[in-house]
Design a protein around this ligand. Structure first.
Ligand SMILES: Cc1ncc(COP(=O)(O)O)c(C=O)c1O
Length: 385
């Protein structure tokens, strides 16, 4: 077995894809410390700069001091505290849903909920956007269901698949992200809602990258386009902490408590994380100025990149892909930027489709317009070389 493991790593290395962990530390003002250097940070998902916000850190510390470091058990045993239920009530209010559940992480939520849903019916089909996150793929793989992928953000392709296949199944689930993690574009939730109703399908929306950033009060795109049956999101990105939520009906919450293995067989969220969630829910709804600033930075960045002839795909959010194509170009540009004090990391297959290697520029509201200008200048310099 160990020989196979070594060979596997060697094969990755031969493709120049072997990755290593490198310690870094978020700093103030949209900066990050790595290898003893301060870099302008276009690589973190701390979109609103809350990961180091004193209110979150203090409330996390307060909850830990009062309630301890761990929850002690899974939710169904003795791990559910009054604080879990209070945070879940606040999430439901924030998302405008009947109920909510806290889960360990976004990855675990998708990997656990999708099989639980699919396995409720004897013969289920999942229809998922082809660019959904790895955790959704993991959920689909774990589900006893046929999985059909539709072309990215293509409602007519989804229609076609449903017309061809939907009637063969007892139940159908449509899965999308509201803001796509690698392309930064948005799903047409109104169209997906209509299609889901027409084909009697459940609509499942992942708001990992929209939560805190988009929609009324930062409540995500489903706040402006209600109708999805189940919405998940994370506290690990714009919300500054860690952990995930599911916003849904009472019925769905009850079902997941009984059937979602990722919830049932995992220790409940620890107090400190609940404290950070509670603090984020206090301040995020009032961060319209930061959201507007983030949107302006996005416009500035896309305008600059498009002006240089780079494709930014359909990005309309704080995630801006700078597509260069070949993996070697993405690596070279990433290195060039690091040398100029800018952390903006290359993303390559299999994370993104072949031929679309890119620098994924993730904006943070703690960056200034001058920082974006500096990044654009460094990119222009690389392009001209
Ligand atoms: C679309 C999407 N869903 C889920 C996740 C997983 O969330 P978490 O980091 O909370 O595990 C991510 C994170 O990278 C993501 O991009």
């Amino acid at each position: 077995m160990l020989d196979y493991i070594r060979q596997s790593l060697d094969r990755i290395a031969a493709k120049d894809r072997r990755r290593v962990l490198r310690p870094a530390q978020l700093a103030g003002g949209g900066r990050i410390m790595r290898d003893g250097r301060e870099l302008l940070d276009f690589s973190s998902n701390d979109y609103l700069g809350l990961a180091r916000h004193p209110l979150l850190a203090e409330r996390a510390a307060d909850y830990a001091r009062r309630l301890g470091a761990g929850a002690g058990a899974s939710r169904l045993i003795t791990g559910t505290s009054a604080e879990h239920e209070a945070v879940e009530a606040r999430i439901a209010a924030f998302k405008g849903s009947e109920a909510a559940l806290v889960m360990a992480s976004g990855w675990q939520a998708n990997a656990g909920i999708i099989p639980a849903l699919a396995n409720a019916a004897p013969n289920t089909a999942i229809f998922a956007d082809e660019l959904v996150h790895n955790s959704i793929h993991a959920g689909c793989r774990g589900a006893k269901a046929d999985v059909h992928f539709y072309r990215h953000n293509d409602a007519s392709d989804l229609q076609r698949l449903l017309n061809d296949h939907a009637s063969k199944y007892d139940a159908r689930i449509i899965i999308t992200e509201s803001v796509f993690s690698m392309d930064g574009d948005r799903a047409d939730l109104a169209a997906l809602n209509a299609i889901a109703r027409k084909h009697d399908a459940l609509l499942y929306v992942d708001e990992a990258h929209a939560t805190g950033v988009l929609g009324k009060g930062g409540a995500g795109l489903t706040a402006d386009n209600p109708g999805a049956d189940i919405v998940m999101g994370t506290f690990s990105k714009a919300m500054g902490g860690f952990g995930a939520y599911v916003a849904c009906s009472d019925l769905m919450r009850d079902y997941l408590i009984n059937m979602c293995a990722g919830l049932i067989f995992s220790t409940a969220t620890p107090p400190a994380l609940l404290g950070a969630m509670d603090a984020a829910l206090d301040i995020v709804p009032d961060m319209d100025a930061e959201r507007a600033h983030l949107a302006e930075l996005g416009e500035q960045l896309r305008e600059g990149l498009n002006g240089m002839g780079f494709d930014t795909l359909g990005s309309t959010s704080q995630i801006v892909p700078l597509v260069v194509g070949p993996e070697s170009d993405a690596l070279a540009l990433g290195q060039h930027l690091i040398e100029r004090g800018i952390a903006a990391l290359p993303i390559r297959p299999p994370t993104v489709p072949k031929g679309t290697s890119r620098i994924r520029l993730a904006l943070r509201s703690t960056l200034e317009s001058a920082d974006v200008t500096k990044a654009l200048e460094a990119i222009a310099e690389w392009k001209a070389a």
